[in-house]
Design a protein around this ligand. Structure first.
Ligand SMILES: Cc1cc2nc3c(=O)[nH]c(=O)nc-3n(C[C@H](O)[C@H](O)[C@H](O)COP(=O)(O)O)c2cc1C
Length: 168
């Protein structure tokens, strides 16, 4: 059975070791593509119907409000069947301590019973934060394996790490 990567990633302005930079590809997407390359997994990118602001500070505010409101922002395309997959990688940036709310919108639509879930996060210092609790709820019934946490600034040199983690 094939593997699948479900991920969220935002391009635009982002922090790298304390500096704002504009990036064309999000950090989490870099990792998702390593997994695709190394394991042949399919990729599914969760994209909000209304894009988050490219401006970092504006995005921070929008994301915080969504989290406080328990929002389930609309997404462009919804994946509704993962029955043909065995292992599901779930990738996201740490946003205010957990997954971006658009990931909640998507993951709540899926039946994870009997699946193996491997979570990965990119971040600016807080690792998985409190996301483990949310992933457990969102992926009820899954066997959740040890996650991989990578600082956003390090994704460019993380392929070996990803490779070792995939094989665990
Ligand atoms: C809205 C928002 C909230 C964030 N909150 C956190 C946080 O609480 N802790 C942390 O370590 N990094 C935080 N970050 C930094 C991102 O997790 C980090 O830059 C990540 O690598 C971005 O991944 P992406 O490029 O795939 O979107 C936040 C970034 C954004 C845009």
């Amino acid at each position: 059975m094939a593997d699948l990567v479900i991920y969220f990633s935002r391009s635009g302005e982002n922090y790298f070791g304390g500096q704002l930079k504009n990036i064309e590809k999000g950090n989490t997407e870099v990792i998702a593509e390593y997994i695709q390359e190394l394991s042949g997994a399919d990729l599914f990118k969760v994209e909000p119907a209304v894009e988050y602001p490219a401006d970092y500070m504006q995005c921070i505010d929008v994301a915080k409000k969504e989290q406080q409101d328990g929002a389930r922002p609309e997404i462009k395309e919804t994946l509704d069947d993962i029955s043909s997959y065995d292992t599901i990688y779930i990738g996201f940036p740490n946003w205010w301590g957990t997954l971006p709310m658009a990931m909640f919108t998507q993951l709540e639509q899926l039946d994870f019973s009997g699946k193996t879930v491997k979570p990965f996060v990119t971040h600016e210092g807080s690792g998985f934060g409190s996301s483990a609790r949310d992933i457990k709820k969102l992926c009820a019934g899954a066997d959740i394996k040890k996650g991989l946490s990578i600082p956003g600034a390090n994704v460019g040199s993380a392929k070996d790490l990803v490779s070792a983690w995939i094989k665990e």
